[in-house]
Design a protein around this ligand. Structure first.
Ligand SMILES: Cc1cc2nc3c(=O)[nH]c(=O)nc-3n(C[C@H](O)[C@H](O)[C@H](O)COP(=O)(O)O)c2cc1C
Length: 201
């Protein structure tokens, strides 16, 4: 096992987040940005955008999620469970990274390379996945926990208004992060022979 494999094993979805992190918001912002800058994108199009929220901005995001959900979740018991999850697992953290795809980049590539037209949105999604995994590993290496959430598209408008997001940035995920207050549970793995094949001839 290499140090990289160990880091991959260490990265988990952490749902018990605290806010007493050692790093400053600026340090974390730099770590997030460097991780994304070194992550590959189709045609080096750099279609991934990210907004890092800490402090009141982070809390505001999760309050907005609850305000939005309150309007759509009619069952009070279901809402209460969601509220506990949002407050206890996400808002309790130190910050959140919002991941966006710049749709102007995607459409520009579609026009520039018509023969690949049908691929560019899928490739931008792959770029989001690679970027967020890179950030997740970076946070893990710094002994911080994170998870990935998808309250988009429900919260898109509120997020755009609150954080002055350009209209061509499409929200693709929300990554709350912070100190690890409880470890992740055990994780199941499918049998390798159902997933992987090796051919040598
Ligand atoms: C594309 C993708 C979407 C996911 N969406 C969510 C989500 O909306 N909410 C959530 O709590 N976890 C989400 N997850 C986390 C997975 O549930 C989690 O990674 C998986 O169960 C394995 O657990 P681990 O992250 O602890 O290794 C997502 C993961 C991926 C890769």
């Amino acid at each position: 096992m290499s140090a990289f494999n160990d880091l991959q094993k260490k990265r988990r979805s952490i749902y018990a987040l605290g806010d007493q992190v050692k790093q400053t918001p600026e340090e974390l912002f730099g770590m997030v940005n460097e991780a994304i800058k070194d992550a590959p994108t189709a045609f080096n199009s750099q279609s991934v955008r990210a907004v890092t929220l800490t402090g009141d901005a982070h809390k505001k995001l999760w309050d907005m999620v609850l305000d939005t959900l309150r309007k759509v979740v009619k069952n009070p018991d279901v809402f209460e469970t969601t509220e506990q999850k949002v407050n206890g697992s996400f808002k309790s953290g130190f910050g959140t990274v919002l991941y966006f795809t710049d749709m102007d980049v995607v459409h520009g590539l579609e026009e520039q390379f018509p023969s690949y037209k049908d691929n560019f949105y899928d490739w931008s999604e792959e770029a989001i996945g690679i970027a967020l995994y890179s950030v997740w590993l970076t946070l893990t290496e710094a002994d911080l926990g994170a998870s990935i959430q998808h309250y988009n598209p429900l919260i898109d408008q509120a997020v755009a208004e609150a954080f002055d997001i350009p209209s061509n940035w499409k929200l693709r995920g929300e990554m709350p992060f912070g100190t690890i207050e409880a470890p992740a549970g055990s994780k199941d793995y499918m049998p390798d022979d159902e997933r992987f094949k090796l051919f040598t001839k």
